[in-house]
Every structure is written in C-alpha cells, then in structure tokens.
Write a protein of this length. Structure first.
Length: 337
C-alpha cells in the first residue's frame, strides 16, 4: 500500500512538473503566444468590420417596423446581433486556440523529446495527461480574456444586458468547451509529427471551423443537418443561450409594449427569431437545436457536449497511447561545410 502511494505521489509530482514545463516553454515563445491570442481577436475584428453590418442589414430588411422604432429601441435589436456573434467568436476560439496550443506536443515529437520522457521512469499516460492539462489551462485563460473583451465591447455599444448568473454560466461553458476542444485536438495532433503539418491544419481549421459549427451565420438546410454532429455546434448554442437571454427578453418586452396599428407583435417576434435561425422554447427565452426535426433543449445540449468530451477521452486512452509510443524518425543534422 505504501509503495503504491509512493508511486502515485511520484507520478503526480511528475505531472505537475511536466505541466509547468509545457507552460513555461509556451510562454517563452512570444511569437506563438501572440499568434494564439490573435486568432480570436482577428475573428472579432472581422465581425466588427464586415459581418456586423451584414447582420444588421438583414434585420432591417426582415423587420417591417424597424424604421418606426426610436434609436434606443433599435439599439436593443442591434444587441441581439452583437451577442449572437460574440457567442460564435468564443465557440470558434475554444477550438482554434486549443489546436494551436498543441504545437508544444508536436514539437516534442518532432525533436524526439518524447523519447526522453518514455525512457525515464515516467508513465506515458502521465505525459499525455500533462499535455492535456497544459492545453486546457492555456485555452481557458485565453478564452476567459476573450470573454472579457466581448463584455467590454457590449458595454461600449450599450448592449451589456448579461447578469452575474449568466456570466458565471458562460465561464462554466468556457471550461467545458475548452476541455472538449483539448481532447479533440489532442487526439488529432497525436497523429501529427511535424510543426509544419500542424501549421497547415491550424490555418485551414481557423478559416473553416466557424462555418462548420454555424458560428458566423445561422445554418440552414443540409448544412444545418451536418453541423449537429460537431460538438462545437452545441458549444456555440450554449454560449448564445446565455449571451442572448437578457437582450432577447428585453427586446420581446419592448415589442409587447409597442402600440402600432396593424402590426402583429407575435408575428414580428417570430420573424426576429427566424432571422437568427433560432427556435424559442415555449414560455422561455432559451433556444434549442433542431436535430432532424427533434428539438434539443439547453440542458440536453450541455449533456451532449459532455458526452462528446467523454467520447474523446475514451478515444485518447484507446488510440493515442499506442501512437505516442511510436517514435518518429529524427532528422539528421546537416553537416557543415
């Protein structure tokens, strides 16, 4: 019993040391740190410069009473578009930041550092867990900063309608989403042995993942049926539920208070919901995902995301351990002339 406890203590200290080592190596490479931070910031800027105006124009076209609203009322509707996209930015950021952070593991494999780890009395699984913990910590910190940036932006535009409970819920979703993304990207990157290959995948994923999970525009038709099989879709929906519940409740209350002749407010509300591709649950301001005609409510979305996390954990245990034991061929150093 004492021997088993001593081995556990040793492996746990090794885990802490390796995790700290990964964080220090990552933080010393300012180029990678800057690029990791810039990915969500670039998405954020693209939304402000291009996508925001497109979404607002779509809202103006869809709502026949928009021109009859005063500026303050219009601003509340703009807040829905802003909150929609802030949720998408966070959902995409969780995946892209996690994928980019895996460069430490890939670099260690390319340079043969995993040979040193395996040849020592360190458990291979403990090494893999240290990479996962490092990825989750970095990804969570970066996305928490992105969340703060989103809050500052919403406050600047007068669209900050999120209470403290919703904020805590968003932090919890970030944690679950980063764990899910870390396990997913860790599994993928275990089959990548060079930094150049990882860089290419990061570039492709950064451009495509937002469309795959419906983060930029509401998914419809065949695309919508495809997005429901990606965990990022449920992450984006959960973010939207807590980002938009406050603004949506205020907009619905504002529309109900309007006394415009010949205008059916309930019909206007449905048009507004449809503009964002959302299905409101009865008597609530939360939204569901359409899974082939079946509504997936908020609580089930969280369970689905947790289930994806469990599946990726099993896949990592089942496949990546054996792959980690395969050492890539080291590149021969070029002889100096």
């Amino acid at each position: 019993m004492k021997e088993a406890w001593s081995k556990f203590q040793f492996q746990f200290r090794v885990f802490l040391t390796l995790t700290k080592r990964h964080i220090l190596v990552f933080s010393k490479n300012w180029t990678t740190v800057l690029f990791t931070m810039m990915v969500p910031v670039v998405i954020f800027i693209v939304y402000i410069v291009f996508l925001r105006n497109m979404m607002i124009d779509g809202i103006k076209t869809a709502l026949p009473i928009f021109d009859q609203l005063v500026e303050d009322q219009q601003q509340k509707i703009y807040a829905l578009a802003d909150c929609w996209m802030m949720a998408g930015v966070l959902a995409v950021s969780c995946i892209t930041v996690s994928l980019n952070t895996n460069y430490i593991m890939v670099r260690d494999k390319e340079r043969g550092a995993n040979r040193d780890f395996i040849s020592s009395p360190i458990s291979s699984r403990m090494v893999m867990v240290s990479y996962f913990a490092f990825n989750t910590i970095v990804c969570f910190v970066v996305n928490f900063l992105v969340l703060c940036l989103c809050m500052i932006y919403l406050a600047a535009y007068g669209a900050f309608m999120i209470d403290f409970v919703d904020f805590l819920a968003l932090v919890g979703i970030i944690l679950l989403s980063t764990m899910n993304a870390a396990l997913l990207t860790f599994f993928v990157c275990n089959f990548i042995n060079t930094e150049s290959t990882l860089s290419s995948i990061v570039a492709i994923a950064s451009a495509a993942v937002g469309f795959v999970i419906g983060a930029y525009f509401p998914a419809t038709g065949v695309i919508q049926k495809i997005t429901v099989f990606f965990p990022g879709t449920y992450s984006a929906s959960l973010f939207r539920n807590y980002f938009m519940s406050g603004p949506l409740s205020q907009v619905i209350a504002m529309l109900d208070s309007l006394d415009l002749p010949g205008i059916d407010i309930s019909e206007i509300s449905e048009i507004l919901m449809g503009q964002f591709g959302l299905l409101p649950e009865p008597d609530t301001f939360s939204f569901v995902i359409d899974f082939f005609g079946n509504d997936v409510p908020v609580d089930i979305q969280a369970w689905v995301l947790a289930a994806f996390t469990g599946i990726f954990a099993v896949l990592n245990l089942a496949f990546t351990y054996q792959n980690f034991m395969k050492f890539p061929k080291l590149k021969k150093a070029k002889k100096k002339n």
